[in-house]
Design a protein around this ligand. Structure first.
Ligand code: UD1
Length: 415
């Protein structure tokens, strides 16, 4: 059994280094398939999802070497364009190899991802967009088989600014013939990072950071060396720990410009946040005040922050209403928080959280990456010991969560 053992802690004090963004690194690794030769990525976090993406690239015949936070990806001329179920099942984000494979070699066989704890997560927008660029798909034995002679640029209008669909289309469009316009594109900072990486490889992209991406196809891209942006969700995790424990933290390498809405919310709750030369510093002196929270696509409040904000609300003064607008089923960890004495009533996309003075340590289970990290934070605000089982979910997205929290005074161990 892999677990976190957490004791009520606080105040926290010191500095935490924020690593590279998981949700960017995975996509840059997939995008490296677009150029033959050796691409190097710097500031790649040492997490399980990156290890799975390495396995996926290796299964395609790509040579990958990892040293600390650097990975060297050597892409051969011939790629075996298959993403097997055994890997896609472990990491849904594997689906982002579809776009690069279709544009670089015109073939892809990718297992259909199943459902997960967020509820049903269709990929219809990825497939429809790629079809508009000229790809065709057939479905057999749980696999999606994609074909494309030559992708042709066109205008694609996304029904919703899906992060994954925007990324797949962007990676397909850079080697398509002619101009592609993606309307209602997602604007998350990780998409900006992917676009900047592609620019460095020689792609032509306008409108980075906006909801209208205009891509002029080129015939070939070159391998490059590139540094992954900081993980705003990891930074949010430590801010939430500070929110419940009080104290003062410096988040080295954090990008406050990627987290504006979150910082506004935390300030509204009573946290003092300040950009500094090396990232961000934040202070909490008193118990925070409750606020209402509503998740939205970027620049709105990210759905990935929500478990942390709900946990902070659990011990804030007053009551807050939480509304989930991105994923239907992202409230499962709430039952675990209730086991710890939280006062939460959830129905459909809404939850009302009434703050209590302290939570009460209990055995709980991590259902996914962020929910698991949120339970670790809840444990910091609880009397006695909290035991969080299925800790491996947390390893998918965090490098040494227990070590980093311990270094600033929290009592967390990983067993
Ligand atoms: C990415 C992030 C995830 C984050 C999410 C929203 C990665 C690896 N994951 O997930 O952490 O929470 O963005 O910011 O980067 N949808 C469809 N059809 C589609 C695609 C999406 O209906 O073809 C729906 C989804 O079910 C969901 C919504 O659109 O309700 C947003 O999903 P999307 O933005 O695509 O999220 P992911 O890229 O899967």
């Amino acid at each position: 059994m892999d677990k976190f053992l957490v004791q009520g802690s606080g105040p926290l004090n010191g500095e935490v280094r924020i690593g590279g963004a998981k949700n960017s690194a995975l996509k840059l690794m997939a995008a490296s398939l677009l150029a033959e030769g050796s691409t190097s990525l710097l500031n790649v976090p040492d997490i399980t999802d990156v290890a799975i993406m390495i396995e996926l690239l290796e299964a395609m015949g790509v040579r990958v070497q990892r040293e600390g936070h650097r990975i060297d990806i050597d892409v051969p001329a011939e790629i075996d364009p298959v993403a097997p179920y055994s890997l896609v099942e472990r990491m849904r984000a594997s689906i982002v190899v579809l776009g690069p494979l279709l544009s670089r070699i015109g073939r892809a066989q990718v297992a259909m991802p199943g459902g997960d704890d967020f509820g049903s997560r269709p990929i219809d927008m990825h497939l429809q967009g790629l079809e508009q660029l000229g790809a065709t798909f057939s479905y057999e034995h749980g696999d999606i088989n994609g074909r494309a002679e030559q992708l042709l640029g066109t205008e694609v209008f996304l029904e919703f600014p899906s992060v994954g669909a925007t990324e797949n289309l962007l990676m397909a469009a850079v080697l398509a013939e002619g101009t592609t316009v993606i309307e209602n594109a997602a604007r998350e900072p990780e998409i900006g990072d992917l676009a900047n990486f592609l620019l460095k490889m020689g792609a032509l992209i306008d409108g980075i950071g906006t909801s209208r991406l205009r891509i002029e196809g080129v015939t070939v891209l070159r391998p490059v060396t590139y540094e992954v942006i900081a993980d705003r969700i990891e930074a949010a995790t430590y801010l939430a720990a500070l929110a419940v424990c009080g104290g003062e933290l410096r988040l080295q390498g954090a990008r406050p410009d990627h987290m504006e809405m979150l910082l506004r919310k935390l300030e509204e709750m009573g946290m003092a946040c300040q950009e500094n030369d090396s990232g961000l510093e934040a202070k909490v002196r008193d118990r925070l005040k409750a606020v209402d929270i509503s998740t939205l696509p970027y620049p709105g409040l990210a759905t990935d922050y929500k478990p942390f904000l709900v946990t902070a609300l659990c011990v804030s003064h007053g009551a807050g209403m939480v509304t989930e607008n991105i994923f239907a089923g992202r409230f499962r960890y709430i039952d675990e928080l209730v086991r710890m004495g939280a006062e939460i009533r959830a129905e459909g996309r809404h939850a009302v959280v009434r703050g209590v003075e302290r939570l009460s340590g209990a055995p709980v289970r991590a259902h996914d990456i962020r929910a698991g990290a949120a339970l670790v934070i809840a444990g910091l605000a609880a009397d006695g010991e909290t035991v969080i089982s299925d800790a491996h979910h947390v390893d998918r997205g965090y490098e040494d969560l227990a070590g980093k929290l311990s270094s600033v005074g929290a009592q967390v161990t990983r067993v």
